[in-house]
Design a protein around this ligand. Structure first.
Ligand SMILES: [Zn+2]
Length: 161
């Protein structure tokens, strides 16, 4: 399942990618309705926006589209769960910055991790599993951020029950 999100949904974009979903995020420069709709048609994803006019245009044009009502992230994820039955389990398989697939860093490639300025030596000593986005070179691991993701997913599930 592929989704196309508009620039008002930057936070939802990152979250959906952390959940493993393929998200095309439309940045400001492409953010006029015609460009947006043309992209949605070309890419063949489901268009997600908080802009009612845009969603109506999309549906009129025969595209799959969904109007998000909530302004907060938990409400938005809950809507995505309800509408598209997304899984609320974080996955280490997609870069939340650029949408590319990430891969595990092999033991003999740890130089990649060491050359970043955000993985501290203490982290290097306490963590063995790292992932790399080959597209934007971002390095990932299951640290505090990972716990936050799981907590958030649980909150969404709880609010849904
Ligand atoms: Zn990336």
């Amino acid at each position: 399942m592929k989704f196309i999100l508009d620039r008002m949904l930057g936070r939802l974009t990152r979250w959906m990618r952390l959940l493993g979903y393929d998200i095309l995020y439309i940045k400001k420069q492409d953010d006029d309705d015609r460009t947006f709709l043309a992209l949605a048609e070309k890419e063949g994803g489901i268009l997600i926006s908080r802009d009612k006019i845009l969603i109506n245009k999309a549906i009129k044009g025969g595209l799959r589209a969904y109007l998000v009502g909530s302004s907060d992230i938990i409400g938005q994820l809950r809507e995505m769960k309800k509408e598209f039955d997304i899984r609320l389990e974080p996955e280490m398989d997609r870069c939340c910055l650029c949408n590319s697939m990430i891969r595990k860093i092999l033991p003999d490639e740890m130089a990649i991790v060491r050359r970043t300025d955000y993985v501290y030596p203490s982290r290097l000593n306490s963590t063995t599993d790292f992932w790399l986005c080959e597209n934007c070179q971002q390095v990932y691991w299951q640290g505090k951020h990972w716990e936050n993701i799981k907590e958030m997913a649980e909150k969404v599930i709880m609010s849904y029950k």
